[in-house]
Design a protein around this ligand. Structure first.
Ligand code: GLU
Length: 297
């Protein structure tokens, strides 16, 4: 059921690549899915470079990704946000949580956490050691948020109902690492709110992060966007395509076949003649004929 058209917020979607390497087929699928869903709904499509962790960043990758999007004919609306320039906004959000006594310092090393925790599907479930025994703060520390046993539930557009009890399934998670880097979960929530995102379309590898993000949105008083988690592209070994699994960059000499392949991957049925046309006829067809009910679940 949708809200009255006059009060429904205008669609604002986004693509948020981490510049850990050039655009590959897996990230192309996330880019196209988010782009077409926004355009089909007469919405805006924003791009955000998630370069918060400089250790993981590959120099030049951000501009390569943006160049690839342009070559593919995917134009973004509004200015690009770079997470590396937004520390103040993340710290401000963290201060708000700190002022509500929702965060606590943690001095446990990775090994200590691993040794003292049950392993959940998203890594060790931190048992709250430093909440029970607050450390003396001589050395550097990370900041964790206190989770609870409430069920966080949302309706994914493709996957249906999904829920987690964070305290039991994830544990109190890190918002600022010991090296001062703000965690993805915090940055993404602050940025989605800042950019007024109404629809998050991304790979299903992030499905289990969504309850953490909804939890932070609730603590910070942000609205929760709609979520649609797309099927993840894997290689023959069944691993997600990524820089770590040596995914091939998108060839920019002949983009049309790759765009068509990405549409097929998303269950769409472009006619083969589309390969004989140009980029603009491809996008015209794709924007008009986007059907989410064809996307494999
Ligand atoms: N930066 C993340 C990635 O490249 C995506 C984050 C998101 O879409 O929320 O996997």
């Amino acid at each position: 059921m949708s809200a009255h058209p006059l009060i429904e917020k205008k669609y604002r979607g986004r693509f948020a690549p981490s510049p850990t390497g050039p655009l590959h087929f897996g990230s192309l699928v996330a880019a196209i899915g988010s782009y077409l869903d926004a355009k089909f709904n007469q919405g805006k499509w924003l791009v955000r470079i998630e370069d918060i962790d400089s250790q993981r960043e590959v120099p030049g990758a951000a501009s390569e990704i943006l160049f690839a999007l342009e070559s593919l004919g995917m134009e973004w609306d509004e200015e690009i946000i770079f997470q590396s320039r937004r520390s103040e906004a993340y710290q401000e959000a963290l201060n708000r949580l700190e002022n509500q006594n929702l965060t606590y310092p943690c001095v446990c090393s990775r090994k200590e956490v691993a040794d003292s925790s049950i392993i959940g599907f998203s890594g060790p479930i931190y048992p709250g050691t430093c909440l029970k025994n607050p450390p003396s703060l001589g050395k550097s520390y990370s900041l964790r948020v206190q989770t609870n046993e409430n069920q966080i539930q949302f309706q994914d557009i493709l996957k249906g109902s999904y829920s987690q009890k964070l305290k039991l399934e994830i544990g109190d998670f890190v918002l600022r690492r010991v090296d001062g880097v703000y965690a993805y979960q915090l940055a993404v929530v602050v940025d989605d709110a800042e950019q007024g995102i109404t629809h998050v379309v991304r790979g299903a590898d992030l499905l289990d992060s969504t309850p953490r993000q909804i939890f932070l949105q609730q603590l910070l008083g942000f609205s929760t966007p709609r979520y649609m988690h797309l099927p993840v592209v894997t290689n023959v070994e069944g691993e997600k395509l990524s820089k770590q699994t040596n995914a091939e960059p998108i060839e920019l000499e002949s983009v049309l076949p790759q765009l068509v392949k990405a549409l097929y991957f998303l269950g769409q049925n472009p006619p083969l003649e589309i390969l004989e046309g140009d980029l603009s006829s491809f996008w015209k067809w794709a924007r008009k004929n986007w059907q989410i009910n064809l996307i494999p679940r």
